[in-house]
Design a protein. Structure first.
Length: 399
């Protein structure tokens, strides 16, 4: 039996891709503890995972909120891997990690973790693993990325104070990107590569919740879901949703508008009859009754849409990995990418009309869905991780 410490920054979408592996670890008889804060901690608890807060006393989410405001102002570069984006994201993710690092090290040491599992943008987790002397598992959440070097640079003084003079890459990487999807983000690394890379089927965990009965049935009109995550920034305070509402009205489609908990002042309070506004509906299950999805290019949304075999229209925020995710969708033939800086209802109408009328987009997405279904499950991967890592240290060592 192993003790796996799962951790992410205090952002729900960063933790969701890790949940299926955590569930698989529990089902296999291992112990799991999640260390995070904010919305990610709420997601972990809702998923039935034992959770301990990390970084809350230092308000670890604040630098991430600052980053969202920079993205809104267009100050974070245009592509995920340009110099400005690296610098801005490195400072933000590094500072989040700096505020979490002491807690992560203390939790891992006190609880007696045998391994630390984390997404690559959460670089503090790798430092914590090295400080405690346990292996690290780099868990992909979309496009395969190494542990984020610019954040590691920001964290270097904090690592030194924790007694970590040298950081090397995680022992194991989990890659969830289906083989036929291209990776358009190149993130350089100078800490080496993982010794083992394990492919795993993306788990499509989008939080639990009630699924309305209407979501199980297809209506007379094509149903389109629009989702841009839980951050208002990704919708330009609701302006993108406003354009999507107008576009789908022109098409005669039904629109399910997922607003999460975001405040959207630019979205009209009174919506036309063809719109079903919902704060939160389990996405993967909802998509089964849809003809297309419009989204922000988030990794989880992109892969959940591919798993459903759906044509996609992407509206990515400049300066984020969402731009390269959207390019991946378009390159695979599953749907177009639109520029949110020049967007209007007419452009959304034309894009949706194209994906609804041309079956090639849905066909490409269904091919990816078949690929994903054939990838190893989380249950297979957690067993393989146990074979590759050193044996658990045991109660005596933890004491």
């Amino acid at each position: 039996m192993m003790r796996y410490l799962f951790t992410s920054m205090p952002v729900s979408s960063h933790l969701m891709p890790l949940v299926p592996l955590a569930h698989a670890a529990l089902a296999a008889g291992h112990e799991v503890l999640v260390a995070t804060g904010g919305p990610a901690a709420r997601t972990a608890r809702a998923a039935g995972l034992v959770t301990v807060e990390a970084g809350e006393r230092l308000r670890a989410r604040e630098p991430y909120e600052d980053l969202l405001r920079m993205l809104e102002r267009g100050e974070a570069g245009t592509a995920a891997d340009d110099a400005t984006a690296f610098a801005v994201h490195g400072r933000a993710f590094g500072e989040v990690g700096a505020r979490m690092l002491d807690d992560l090290i203390g939790i891992a040491r006190t609880w007696g973790a045998d391994a630390v599992v984390y997404p690559g943008i959460h670089s503090a987790a790798l430092i914590a693993a090295r400080a405690v002397g346990v292996p690290a598992v780099l868990h992909g959440y979309g496009t395969p990325l190494p542990t984020f070097g610019p954040a590691l640079e920001h964290l270097a003084p904090h690592a030194a104070r924790a007694g970590v003079e040298k950081v090397w890459e995680a022992e194991i990487e989990i890659d969830v990107l289906p083989p036929s999807l291209s990776n358009f983000t190149e993130v350089p690394t100078d800490i080496g590569r993982p010794e083992h890379v394990l492919r795993m089927r993306y788990g499509c965990f989008n939080n639990g919740g009630d699924l309305p009965r209407w979501a199980l049935e297809r209506g007379d009109r094509p149903r389109v879901t629009a989702t841009c995550g839980s951050a208002a920034t990704m919708t330009r305070e609701g302006a993108l949703y406003r354009d999507i509402v107008l576009a789908t009205e022109e098409l005669g489609a039904e629109l399910v508008l997922l607003t999460a908990d975001a405040e959207l002042p630019k979205l009209p309070k009174s919506l036309p009859p063809h719109v079903r506004p919902e704060r939160w509906v389990p996405l993967r299950e909802l998509l089964d009754s849809c003809a297309a999805v419009v989204h922000h290019g988030g990794s989880g949304t992109m892969l959940s849409s591919f798993a459903a075999g759906l044509a996609q229209v992407s509206l990515p925020m400049p300066g984020t990995v969402n731009v390269s995710n959207a390019r991946t969708v378009t390159e695979r033939g599953a749907g177009p990418t639109l520029d949110i800086d020049t967007l209007g209802p007419e452009a959304v109408t034309a894009a949706l009309e194209a994906v609804l009328r041309d079956p090639a987009h849905g066909r490409a997405a269904r091919e990816v869905a078949e690929e994903m279904a054939a990838m190893p499950s989380a249950a297979v991967v957690i067993d393989r991780i146990g074979e590759l890592l050193p044996p658990a240290r045991g109660a005596a060592a933890r004491g």
